[in-house]
Design a protein around this ligand. Structure first.
Ligand SMILES: *Cc1c(COP(=O)(O)O)cnc(C)c1O
Length: 395
């Protein structure tokens, strides 16, 4: 590969793709643990893990070894053939899954995991209606986009989207009146991510479970962002509520593309052969990376650690008592810093100070760090967040 200047990389990156993304103005070329390095050798503390993907940080030795080992054995294995590593990965994933989820369909992304859940709900119930939450995010393929609440994403495609009724998140009465005997599925994030980090109010998930059961609809939890980082394997486990279908993706293989739609035995056995499929889904490379990721999360005690570090991070942010902070929300290492100003200038000021974080909505700085960060990293991050907020306040 030709060595190029940063300017040349940024220029090619922008000019050769459609302008779909707001660009951050740096090129990332290397990562190690909680650190990312750009093409000029600048180092950044990673508080975003690529939207929650790099749950074990970058270049984790155990995941790297699993990828290298599998790449030298077998990359691809169609689902009509069994695979040793796929079997081992499924066994591990379902062992930590919420109660009652006994089987999984494997795909390659969050949207695909959601798309599969909706298709399965339609196929199994023979019903058509779907109920989702306002401001919910479920991805951008057509089925997933129909469930996504944000009008900005939906509006250009409304004519071709399956019909979905959107209700206010957290409002049990709204769910009671929207879900009827025509409803195939209710799909919810246990913590709304894209919307600005809003954990479900206590009892909301239990109410969704009761209402769907009463009306014969299936309950789908979208844990594409929440899985592994809230202090439990899955966020719904805090509420003790198990869905009929559960979607996972982002952190599941620490960066290798993967999606999984977990389901109950009842749902699985009601699915006809051939009703869905994926060529790359369940490939041995992604399964090997996924298995190494799950084993590392377990062996290194990272699931409870995320709860402890998240509580510490939150306390430290609250202790800043900064006049620009409206509220700190979230659970575990899924935090939102809701500001009294726009998030973008603060993210820019943070990037200039060597910290990468994300927006969620207009005013929220979203913090989704790798679980391997230390308390010292958090102290360092909070110091720099304070400085960035001061800089923005000073104008
Ligand atoms: C990111 C996300 C998706 C979509 O995942 P992609 O891999 O981008 O398709 C779906 N649901 C939730 C909750 C997400 O955060």
């Amino acid at each position: 590969m030709t060595a190029r200047s940063t300017t040349a990389i940024l220029q090619l990156d922008e000019s050769l793709q459609p302008p779909l993304y707001a660009k951050r103005g740096i090129a990332l070329v290397r990562g190690e643990g909680v650190w990312l390095y750009d093409s000029d050798g600048q180092r950044y503390l990673d508080l975003m893990s690529n939207y929650g993907v790099n749950i074990l940080g970058h270049a984790h030795p155990r995941v790297t070894a699993a990828i290298v080992g599998q790449a030298s054995r077998l990359l691809s294995c169609h689902q009509s053939f069994a695979s040793d590593v796929r079997a081992a990965f499924l066994e591990k994933l379902l062992a930590v899954a919420p109660h009652g989820l006994a089987r999984a369909f494997l795909s390659n992304s969050g949207a695909e995991a959601v798309e599969a859940a909706l298709k399965f709900a339609w196929a199994v119930t023979g019903r058509r209606k779907v109920v989702a939450a306002k401001r919910g995010y479920h991805g951008r393929t057509l089925g997933a986009l129909a469930a996504t609440g944000e009008p900005k994403y939906r509006q250009p495609f409304l004519a071709v989207l399956p019909e979905v009724v959107h209700v206010t998140y957290g409002d049990v009465a709204a769910l009671e009146s929207a879900v009827d005997t025509e409803t195939a599925a209710v799909i919810l994030e246990p913590v709304q991510g894209e919307a600005g980090i809003y954990p479900a109010p206590p009892e909301y998930l239990a109410a969704a479970r009761r209402i769907t059961r009463e009306r014969g609809a299936l309950l789908v939890f979208d844990e594409v962002q929440t899985a592994f980082r809230t202090g439990a394997w899955f966020a719904c486990q805090h509420a003790g509520v198990s869905p009929d279908l559960l979607c996972v993706a982002k952190g599941l293989a620490n960066g290798v593309p993967i999606g999984a739609t977990l389901m109950t035995e009842d749902v699985a056995l009601a699915l006809p052969t051939g009703v869905h499929g994926s060529t790359f889904g369940g490939n041995p490379l992604a399964c090997a990376a996924g298995l190494a990721t799950l084993e590392t999360l377990e062996d290194d005690g990272l699931i409870p650690m995320a709860g402890e570090l998240g509580a510490y991070f939150r306390e430290r942010l609250e202790a800043l008592g900064h006049p620009l902070i409206r509220e700190v929300r979230g659970i575990g290492l899924m935090l939102g810093l809701d500001l009294k100003t726009r998030a973008t200038p603060v993210l820019k000021a943070l990037q200039e100070r060597g910290v990468l974080a994300l927006p969620a909505g207009t005013t929220v700085v979203r913090i989704l760090p790798p679980l391997v960060l230390t308390r010292e990293d958090i102290d360092d991050a909070v110091l720099r967040i304070g400085e960035a907020l001061d800089a923005v306040r000073a104008g």
